[in-house]
Design a binder for this molecule. Structure first.
Ligand code: C2E
Ligand code: MG
Ligand code: MG
Length: 767
């Protein structure tokens, strides 16, 4: 399971956070919507109730004005002054006041007070009573009486006076209004609310009848059920009533304390309110709430899916990122991650400049291709995995191990100050010290490892990796199971090689090669008997480049067949002008293995007219290491054509007696390294002597290469070398110089006489 990186956690966290925010917003919005609806509904109800209250209030005020108006119709009247005040007439008063007001207008109690506020008339309970009956009401009505008598600051709540408004329309009343007085109020009488109206009895036409102070007419009209029913019908507010039962529970009922003008609260006013917000609360609200819940559930579902999808996406992304950074076969980090990790480490290290370094190692399984070819790819794959596991087990936990593909692994390690860590070399060697068990095979593997170290070998990822690669290349070149540290010299060599690679292809076309010839001298008579053709490359800008450096590159680049052909062609051409000299030409393995060497040589023999017996073809042991059938037949046919074959550089490589016996060479060239070892006493001398004797025993001519001193020449001669070659005589010369050299040398140097030669070489014939 790919592990979660910090980045994953952040992106995952932010998705969740976002989802949470959206979720909370949806819930809040739903709640807000519900709240607004509930609030609006409630407000509409409250406002309606308060309007209803106002309308009821207004109706009460109008009722007060109505009662006054009804009183006025009899109190403001010339006859009333005459028959109430001046010559009281009981019948008149009864019919026009007591009976009229109660029966026509429904007043409940009617009283008249004279100028000194002494009751002169009382009517209630549908009949006339003793005037003194008024006394039971006097205290309760005192404030109203005081007001109508013109007293200011009466302890009564002010009400708007609608009565005066109604009188303005009557022109005839203008004089009356100037003298009349009235007061309407709602009072608590016997703990019941009632409209109390008091008005002065004044003339309406003959103002001379006016008495001062005038009598006062007082009416009490109970605010009772019939009264309220009337208002109810008028205002279309159902069920207005007074109750002492206090608050009812029904939400449709509004209750208001009924406060009378004298500040008492005899009962509670109640009515059924219209509640315009009710449908909102009972119908719309549940619908909206249901919709909100549904919406919330829906969004919750969607958000949940979103989170899941985001999680899935991020885990897929994580997996993809893991795959992109890891090798699928071994599960190890790949090059991409490796580069990233080194870069990060280097950034940190370069920043603090401490006593810290980074080691980068490239590791290559030796001969992996062979294992793959012989045991199959399945075993190869398993082997890679096993090597990966082994390395991982043995390396330090802090060492970073990656696989670059193929059989290449890479390691990097951070070195802190005086490092006590076991060297990578040791760990790797330990890891692969015992065979690996892979699909029933026990496979021993060795690795070539190239190492580079910062800061010594570079400070950038690029440089370190390149240098580790160069070191690996060198390790492989040196053979198997090698650990090679990068060095400046390595880099330089590589650089030079790269330059050669660049310049080589065009060099051939530009004719930058030439052949020089090194004389080969007969050990018997000290005469030049042959030459070896050696290639020279004169680079126009870099100057002389020795064959040791470009021949191997040309082989690697596949240019050797072409270059070799040029060499043979050139040498054979030259051979024509030196009919007395043998000519030796070096063949590279590629020429023998991969070209039609026979065809070429046949053709060249015809072209140049040279005799093959005069031409020696020099091959090296590397060609014989793994001889192919083609190698064998080519060598055989070359000899049949008449060419002489020499085994060059004998004593340097894997020199095996088998080769000598199997291939039957004409010549054996003892390498300079053996020759120069002669000066050191010891086994070298025995070896050289044995080689010479062996060569002779197998019928070969023996050539000693690299003779530099007279002593070497004498010794090789004494031991029986047939021919000598070396700087003592001459190095390789251009064709013209060689011609002069041969002439000079052969005449200058005294020929060894026969006896001398025999004495020296111990051999038979001289040439
Ligand atoms: P080689 O075939 O063994 O040639 C002899 C090498 O030893 C030559 O080096 C020669 O200059 C050098 N030598 C001769 N006498 C002395 C001496 O007294 N002391 C020392 N120190 N060196 C001596 P050179 O010319 O640099 O060639 C090196 C090698 O390159 C040759 O070794 C040969 O293997 C290869 N090579 C040269 N030319 C050709 C070519 O045209 N084709 C092929 N295939 N290989 C060539
Ligand atoms: Mg040679
Ligand atoms: Mg040689």
């Amino acid at each position: 399971m790919p592990h979660m990186t910090a980045h994953d956690r952040v992106s995952r966290g932010s998705t969740r956070r976002l989802t949470l925010v959206v979720g909370v917003m949806i819930v809040l919005t739903s709640l807000l919507l519900i709240g607004v609806i509930a609030y609006v509904g409630r407000i509409a109800d409250v406002q309606e109730a308060s309007q209803e209250k106002n309308r009821i209030e207004n109706a009460l005020n109008q009722s007060v004005a109505r009662v006054l108006d009804q009183q006025k119709s009899v109190a403001w009247w010339d006859d009333a002054v005459k028959f109430v005040t001046q010559q009281p007439n009981d019948e008149f008063i009864d019919s026009n006041f007591g009976i009229f007001l109660t029966e026509t207008y429904g007043h409940d109690e009617v009283y008249i007070l004279n100028a000194r506020d002494v009751p002169v008339y009382s009517y209630f309970g549908m009949k006339r009573e003793e005037p003194q009956a008024f006394e039971r009401r006097r205290n309760q009505l005192a404030s109203v009486i005081a007001a109508v008598r013109g007293q200011k600051d009466v302890p009564l709540t002010e009400r708007p006076d609608f009565f005066i408004g109604r009188q303005q329309h009557y022109d005839v009343l203008r004089k009356v209004l100037a003298v009349a007085a009235w007061k309407g109020a709602i009072l608590t009488i016997d703990r019941r609310p009632a409209i109390v109206a008091a008005i002065t009895i004044v003339p309406n036409v003959d103002m001379s009848l006016l008495t001062v102070p005038p009598d006062v007419l007082i009416s009490i009209d109970w605010i009772d059920a019939p009264f309220l029913t009337q208002i109810s019908q008028l205002l279309l507010i159902p069920d207005i009533r007074l109750t002492n039962a206090g608050v009812t529970n029904s939400s449709a009922t509004v209750t208001e304390p009924f406060v009378t003008d004298d500040g008492q609260t005899p009962s509670v006013l109640a009515w059924t309110t219209r509640r315009p917000g009710w449908p909102l609360l009972t119908l719309v609200l549940p619908l909206v709430a249901a919709a909100a819940i549904a919406m919330t559930a829906l969004s919750a579902n969607m958000l949940l899916r979103l989170v899941r999808a985001a999680d899935a996406l991020s885990s897929r992304e994580r997996a993809a990122r893991h795959d992109a950074a890891h090798d699928s076969l071994s599960g190890l980090p790949n090059r991409y991650l490796f580069v990233q990790a080194i870069s990060e480490a280097l950034d940190e290290l370069n920043a603090d400049h401490g006593d810290v370094g980074v080691i980068v190692g490239y590791l290559d399984i030796d001969r992996f291709k062979d294992i793959n070819d012989t045991l199959g790819h399945k075993v190869g794959d398993e082997l890679i995995q096993a090597v990966g596991r082994r390395l991982r087990e043995h390396l330090a936990p802090s060492d970073f191990l990656a696989r670059f593909g193929g059989d290449e692994f890479a390691i990097f390690r951070i070195e802190q100050g005086e490092s006590h860590q076991t060297p990578i070399e040791t760990l790797v060697a330990d890891a692969l010290g015992s065979p690996l068990r892979v699909l029933n095979h026990d496979i021993s593997v060795s690795t070539s490892v190239g190492l580079a170290q910062s800061p010594r070998d570079g400070r950038s990822t690029d440089t370190l990796m390149r240098h580790a690669d160069i070191a690996l290349y060198e390790a492989k070149r040196r053979g198997r199971a090698q650990f090679t540290w990068f060095s400046a010299k390595l880099a330089e060599e590589l650089e030079r090689k790269r330059e050669i690679e660049l310049a080589l292809p065009s060099a051939l076309e530009n004719g930058e090669f030439e052949l020089h010839y090194q004389p080969i001298v007969s050990a018997r008579n000290n005469q030049v008997v042959g030459v070896e053709a050696l290639s020279r490359w004169r680079h126009p800008t870099k100057g002389f480049i020795p064959p040791d450096r470009f021949i191997s590159v040309a082989e690697e680049m596949g240019l050797m067949p072409k270059l070799g052909e040029w060499v043979i062609r050139e040498a054979l051409k030259q051979a024509g002008s030196w009919p007395d000299l043998e000519i030796a030409v070096n063949l590279s393995p590629a020429q023998v293995q991969h070209t039609d060497l026979l065809g070429l040589l046949k053709q060249l023999l015809i072209d140049s007219g040279a005799r093959p017996e005069r031409i020696t073809l020099e091959i090296t042991e590397s060609l014989l290491l793994e001889p192919t059938p083609k190698t064998r037949t080519t060598l055989k046919e070359l000899r049949q054509l008449g060419f002489r074959i020499a085994l060059d550089d004998f004593g340097t490589g894997f020199s095996s007696l088998n080769y000598l016996i199997e291939f039957g060479f004409d010549k054996l060239k003892i390498d300079r390294s053996l020759v120069s070892a002669l000066s050191q006493a010891g086994s070298a001398q025995t070896v050289v002597l044995s080689v010479i004797q062996l060569g002779h025993a197998l019928g070969m001519e023996v050539v000693a290469e690299g003779i530099e001193t007279e002593a070497e020449a004498v010794t090789m001669r004494f031991w029986g070398s047939d021919q000598l070659q070396g700087y003592l005589f001459s190095k390789a010369l251009p064709a013209d110089d060689l011609q002069h050299f041969v002439r000079d040398y052969n005449t200058r140097t005294p020929q060894l006489d026969h006896h001398e030669a025999v004495a020296v070489s111990g051999a038979g014939d001289s040439v």
